[in-house]
Design a protein around this ligand. Structure first.
Ligand code: CAA
Length: 247
């Protein structure tokens, strides 16, 4: 088991939803958090305050991770502030749902840029620092949609499936080092993103989940803690946290 106290983590998209819960759960283990956000400083600062309230360490960095200069600045800020980097959680993600017939090129590209190209942008500057850690972790937040597809989600599914292929390939390349690379595939989790699904559609989705409920963001956060803490011999995997919706 890896002691997580004083490890340093970057969590992209850490100010709300699943990213906020990941930041919180890691911070509870004593991990120092670099909380990345793109557009809502007040939410990021609220999360930082919440972490500091129980004695944790965190600071927020504005960066659009679909932009490689911003992503490099984010990694640099983490290393300058805390002196090292042990954990990279690539969580930032958006949806632009539309049936393919109506899908614009802009919405295709935007989703691929934010959900998939961002991972190149963050991992490239982070990698050397992770290799210098005594137990580096890269955790990519993919989705059940990348495994099973989703109605109205060709762009999102392509990006999330891309994350899984990237996870396996990078895991192979880094297997001889101290860095593990894994994906978590959440099912439908009770966040703003899922609550935006039309009510009728969402009711239909919940009815199909074997456990008959949405997951909680904390359940994904604890999955990240598990991979960081007990995951030394786990690499290249998809950890499904989905209430049995995809097996
Ligand atoms: N399965 C089957 N049929 C569906 C469907 C589904 N999941 N969703 C919509 N449809 C059907 C509708 O019932 C409708 O059929 P009829 O014409 O026969 O009535 C038809 O598709 C068109 O639906 P809309 O009227 O809603 O059409 P629209 O063009 O306004 O919107 C849509 C289409 C954008 C796909 C919209 O239905 C929608 O937002 N659906 C939800 C998509 C979704 O599940 N997103 C998940 C977001 S959460 C997430 O992605 C996080 C994660 O990682 C899990």
């Amino acid at each position: 088991m890896t002691e997580l106290k004083n490890k340093v983590a970057i969590v992209t998209g850490g100010s709300r939803g699943i990213g906020a819960a990941i930041s919180l759960e890691l911070a509870k283990q004593g991990v120092k958090i670099v909380l990345n956000y793109v557009s809502r400083p007040e939410l990021a600062e609220k999360m930082v305050a919440e972490i500091q309230e129980f004695g944790g360490e965190a600071f927020a960095v504005q960066a659009d991770v679909s932009n490689s200069d911003d992503a490099a600045r984010l990694v640099q800020a983490a290393v300058e502030h805390f002196g090292k980097l042990d954990i990279l959680v690539n969580n930032a993600g958006i949806t632009r749902d539309s049936t393919f017939k109506k899908l614009s090129e802009e919405d295709w590209r935007k989703v691929i840029d934010v959900n998939l190209n961002s991972v190149f942008n963050t991992t490239s500057p982070a990698l050397q620092h992770l290799l210098e850690s005594d137990g580096g972790r890269i955790i990519n937040i993919s989705s059940i949609i990348g495994q099973a597809g989703g109605f109205g989600q060709t762009n999102y599914a392509a990006a999330k499936a891309g994350l899984i292929g990237y996870t396996k390939s990078l895991a192979l390349e880094l297997a001889k080092s101290n860095v593990t690379v894994n994906a978590i595939c959440p099912g439908f989790i009770g966040t703003e993103m899922v609550q935006a699904i039309p009510e009728k559609v969402l009711d239909g989705i919940v009815a199909k989940i074997p456990q008959k409920r949405l997951g909680t963001p904390q359940e994904i956060g604890r999955g990240v803690v598990f991979l960081c803490k007990d995951g030394a011999y786990i690499t290249g995997q998809q950890l499904n946290i989905n209430g049995g919706l995809y097996m």
